[in-house]
Ligand binder design. Structure first.
Ligand code: DWN
Ligand code: SAH
Length: 405
């Protein structure tokens, strides 16, 4: 029997997505033969309500000097993180010489704001290639994995932090107790924790199962986050829903009893109960929804192929690795995927080996249809690609359901 990573209760999977490669493991043909796969199954813990992967690859296999995701590839996300940073600065950094620590700081998309404002900051980023971009911008960065041991070291060298911030990384960390124990020591008694990740409620409602892949060990809810932080003497004091990454939740957390708990935080937890997020039947229904969504998507592509239409993909996202491998879709159905990230271009998609090409390839010879794998950037991308639409090109989307626009 598998054990919950949070509360050690027995858990069993409600779905298997089959064998999955490393979601960001874009590869060249000489690596096809020895490509790594793991069995991707997901469970919901009935005791603490955490939704989690049963098995995850070693962290060094996912996060290393060849990491393929650079946060700065989206202008809209740059603006989003500027607003995030401004909010933290305005509300929580009012003392003299404040100190802010961010984990998963990537290419410095968030911390560059604190740097510009002259605020003492430190980024923790184990993927050396993306960290290098941040360091070249003058952002203080340690190339390492954050955990309790590193938290102790940071405190010994820099003192405690006023704010611990993170975006789209907390849900990546199976050693979560070490993370939360580290945070509780790292931040001052009056310190604050602010982080955001894709929200379980959105994934269930929109059937956006492509948010599940190797890096995403957890799908958080307010209830499950409150459960684990309470075990380490902290509590959720506020939550703010975000539109990013197809629906995310920002959690604001402090040491127990230090700050008032907002009515939004309490209301969201009872809303989760009424939405059935703590009910096993919800996950049985979710599995059925995933299976029908997969069938609809694949049938559409097979149908377009039989009509002789060309279909490409837009945005070689981590999410696309899940949908392509789960639905068994390869280059016979999707000719190529275009993407603006240089490290992905010229390589092939994990598992299904669809060629990844620069955006110019798409613009030079439009296909009739394009699957928007980066649907979370729809506004930014469709604005850039107005000409494709004006030329009669069609976009295929699959969240919240399979449709063509
Ligand atoms: O949680 C994570 C998030 C923050 O980023 C990581 N585990 C990995 C990654 O997930 P993803 O790959 O699903 O993220 P995105 O932001 O949906 O990826 C968008 C992709 O599309 C990137 O490869 C860049 C590309 N892109 C593009 O080609 N043209 C993006 C934009 C906005 C564009 O205009
Ligand atoms: N915060 C950025 C990047 C998210 S991608 C954004 O929202 O766009 C997740 C990042 O977390 C990767 O850059 C990865 O290398 C990093 N990461 C993974 N494990 C980590 C750990 N233990 N400590 C700090 N960063 C970690």
């Amino acid at each position: 029997m598998k054990k919950c990573l949070i509360c050690n209760s027995d858990i069993s999977p409600f779905i298997s997505y089959g064998d999955m490669p490393i979601a960001n493991g874009f590869l060249s043909p000489d690596k096809f033969q020895n490509e790594y796969f793991f069995h991707m199954q997901v469970a919901h813990c009935e005791n603490c309500s955490m939704v989690q992967l049963i098995e995850t690859p070693d962290r060094e296999m996912m996060f290393n000097e060849n990491y393929a995701f650079f946060s700065g590839t989206s202008l809209a996300m740059k603006q989003h993180f500027k607003e995030f940073a401004e909010d933290v600065n305005k509300r929580f950094l009012n003392n003299q010489d404040p100190f802010v620590v961010e984990i998963g700081s990537n290419d410095g998309i968030m911390l560059q704001n604190f740097k510009e404002w002259g605020i003492r900051h430190l980024g923790i980023e184990p993927s050396a290639n993306v960290a290098k971009v941040a360091m070249e911008k003058g952002i203080n960065t340690i190339v390492d994995f954050f955990d309790e041991a590193l938290a102790n070291k940071i405190v010994a060298e820099n003192g405690q932090a006023d704010a611990f911030i993170a975006a789209n990384v907390m849900c990546h960390l199976p050693y979560f107790h070490s993370i939360v124990a580290g945070i509780s020591k790292l931040i001052k008694k009056t310190g604050i924790v602010v982080f955001e990740d894709p929200y379980l409620g959105d994934v269930i409602e929109k059937i956006s199962y492509d948010q599940i892949y190797d890096e995403h060990t957890f799908l958080f809810s307010v209830s499950s986050i409150n459960f684990i932080f309470k075990e380490h003497g902290m509590e959720v004091i506020d939550v703010i829903h975000q539109e990013t990454h197809g629906g995310s939740m920002r959690y604001i957390i402090g040491h127990k009893g230090e700050r008032d708990i907002s009515k939004e935080a309490i209301q969201q937890m009872s809303k989760e109960n009424s939405l059935g997020l703590n009910n096993p039947e919800t996950y049985i229904q979710f599995r059925q929804n995933c299976e029908s969504s997969k069938k609809l998507f694949k049938n559409l592509l097979v149908d377009l192929k039989s009509q002789g239409k060309t279909v490409a993909g837009y945005g070689a996202t981590s999410k696309s690795t899940t949908i392509l491998n789960y639905s068994d879709i390869g280059p016979d159905l999707i000719k190529y995927i275009c993407d603006n990230t240089p490290i992905k271009q010229g390589k092939y998609s994990p598992g299904k080996h669809i060629p990844i090409v620069p955006i110019e390839t798409f613009r030079g010879n439009y296909p009739e249809y394009v699957v928007l794998f980066a649907y979370n950037h729809a506004k930014e991308i469709m604005e850039k690609e107005k000409e494709f639409t004006a030329n009669g090109g069609k976009w295929i989307l699959y969240v919240p359901n399979v449709h063509i626009i």
